[in-house]
Design a protein around this ligand. Structure first.
Ligand SMILES: NC(=O)c1ccc[n+]([C@@H]2O[C@H](COP(=O)([O-])OP(=O)(O)OC[C@H]3O[C@@H](n4cnc5c(N)ncnc54)[C@H](OP(=O)(O)O)[C@@H]3O)[C@@H](O)[C@H]2O)c1
Length: 209
């Protein structure tokens, strides 16, 4: 019997595809892996659907295919319209999340979103990326305020510096994707209602705004 349905948005590559693979190994879990371009993930317990988060019609068409879900992981990367893309995705998948009782929304954020940490920080992606991630954090806070009383746990998680196409732009030395995914899922699985709107670092501590 399926007891845990997780939607992973942006699961063609990087952290997203590894999250889908990791979840697929958990008994009783069904994964909805949304993909923008690639459709190559053939695994038991994984259903692949097309979703371009920058297009409203595409997001809504994907959401109509999902009747019920426990957890939504908004992972799809980056773009100058990131705030709008995250909003489209969360909004469209609220109906199936409301059918379930678990009601978890995870926004994959970044230390680039931390105003405090960005001051004087020479390393990492800046400019539109940091702007959009910071805006994504505020969007997540606003969803928390709107949905907390309905039992939703809405949080954001920095996945660490991870060896993906994006992470490798900063050079060698990033952590393996499997390690990041393990830590992300430890946080997700341990979430309680009092965690709403927390900005988690990948080790489970919280980051400054
Ligand atoms: N890697 C790091 O060190 C790091 C650090 C901090 C935060 N993050 C965050 O972690 C998340 C995942 O990053 P990553 O490193 O795994 O990046 P990645 O390897 O570059 O993968 C990006 C993912 O986003 C999807 N995507 C891009 N445009 C999309 C669109 N319009 N609609 C739907 N999906 C779209 C891609 O799908 P297609 O290939 O099909 O387009 C791909 O699955 C991002 O939110 C990123 O900001 C990463």
């Amino acid at each position: 019997m399926v007891s845990n349905i997780t939607i992973v948005v942006g699961a063609s590559r990087g952290i997203g595809v590894e999250l889908a693979k990791h979840l697929a190994q958990t008994p009783g879990t069904h994964v909805v892996a949304t993909m923008h371009k690639g459709f190559s993930l053939e695994l038991p317990n994984v259903e692949v659907i097309q979703l371009d988060q920058s297009k409203t019609d595409s997001v809504h068409a994907a959401a109509r295919k999902v009747k019920e879900a426990d957890t939504l992981i908004v992972n799809g990367a980056i773009g100058e319209d990131e705030l709008l893309t995250a909003h489209r995705v969360v909004n469209a998948f609220l109906p199936p999340l409301r059918v379930g009782n678990t009601r978890r929304i995870i926004y994959i954020s970044s230390t680039a979103a931390s105003l405090t940490k960005q001051v004087g920080e020479p390393w990492g992606l800046h400019g539109p990326y940091a702007d959009s991630k910071t805006a994504g954090n505020m969007l997540t806070v606003q969803y928390h305020k709107e949905l907390h009383d309905d039992g939703f746990k809405v949080v954001f998680i920095h996945p660490g510096w991870v060896a993906t196409d994006m992470g490798n732009l900063a050079g060698p030395g990033a952590m393996p994707v499997t390690e990041s995914v393990q830590k992300i899922m430890e946080i997700v699985n341990g979430l309680s209602r009092t965690d709403g709107a927390k900005f988690f670092d990948m080790d489970g501590t919280t980051l400054p705004w």
